[in-house]
Write a protein that binds this ligand. Structure first.
Ligand code: AP5
Length: 217
């Protein structure tokens, strides 16, 4: 069992690599972005507030996301381990994760930074679409479905684009990443938990680099 964090800016490929690990290693993906997108459809006051914050590209408060993660750690017991995707995103969240992991008797084994060139992020984000049924991630040019509009993975025909995948929201998301999240690179380096992979490589090559890190644990 291996518990890892995938760290990187919007569009680095965290979700893409997490989904491969779920398929290949019986790991469970804990994406706070996906959990919050689910919460926003609930129609509650909290869901509406979350939707406005996300669409503008700002971060949701630490208390909300830590609560979501804590609940999953208490209730899920994956054979392969947890993949934290998009969490933690602030130093406060990183400290909280350490406390919750200790509380549930788990350890964090590796933090994998997926490093990319900022210039590619816009192209990746504006071209992204996902399957509305199984969540498989595609791209208009980098990774289209084999049959237009039909998910390779589950055959569904409900493709979706995210409301925050606009150039304007991306600028805010990048600012949030560099202001609040990038300090985690130094934080986990100092804890001797950081590994870095080249996120500009082909998806298969990135997956091979991630696998190499996992195989060391
Ligand atoms: P979240 O859903 O976590 O989004 P994000 O971090 O901005 O990351 P993305 O999902 O955009 O990118 P990704 O790295 O997963 O890339 P992907 O694999 O899809 O968060 C959304 C919002 O929720 C936040 O802005 C915030 O409001 C809120 N939130 C979430 N967590 C929070 C937290 N902890 N605290 C506070 N607020 C929180 O790939 C992108 C595209 O590139 C795809 O089309 C893919 O096909 C393509 N691609 C991937 N890899 C490659 C490759 N190697 N080569 C070519 N193309 C590639």
């Amino acid at each position: 069992m291996t518990n890892i964090i995938l760290l990187g800016p919007p569009g680095a490929g965290k979700g893409t690599q997490a989904k491969r690990l779920v398929d290949e290693r019986q790991m469970v993906q804990l994406s706070t972005g996906d959990m919050l997108r689910e919460a926003r459809t609930s129609g509650t006051e909290m869901g509406k507030k979350v939707a406005a914050v996300m669409d503008a590209g700002h971060l949701v408060t630490d208390d909300i996301v830590v609560g979501l993660i804590e609940e999953k750690l208490l209730t899920e017991h994956p054979a392969g381990g947890f993949i934290f995707d998009g969490f933690p995103r602030t130093l406060k969240q990183a400290d909280a994760l350490g406390v919750v992991m200790a509380h549930v008797g788990q350890t964090l084994d590796a933090v994998i930074e997926i490093r990319v060139d900022d210039e590619v992020l816009k192209q990746r984000i504006v071209g992204r679409y996902t399957c509305g049924n199984c969540g498989a991630v595609y791209h208009d040019t980098n990774h289209p479905t084999k049959v237009a509009g039909v998910c390779d993975n589950c055959g569904a025909t409900t493709m979706k684009r995210r409301a925050d995948d606009t150039e304007e929201a991306l600028r805010t998301r990048m600012l949030a990443y560099y202001r609040d999240t990038s300090p985690l690179i130094g934080y986990y380096y100092a804890k001797e938990q950081l590994s870095t992979v080249d996120g500009l490589a082909e998806m298969d090559a990135v997956a091979a680099s991630v696998a190499k890190v996992l195989d060391k644990h």
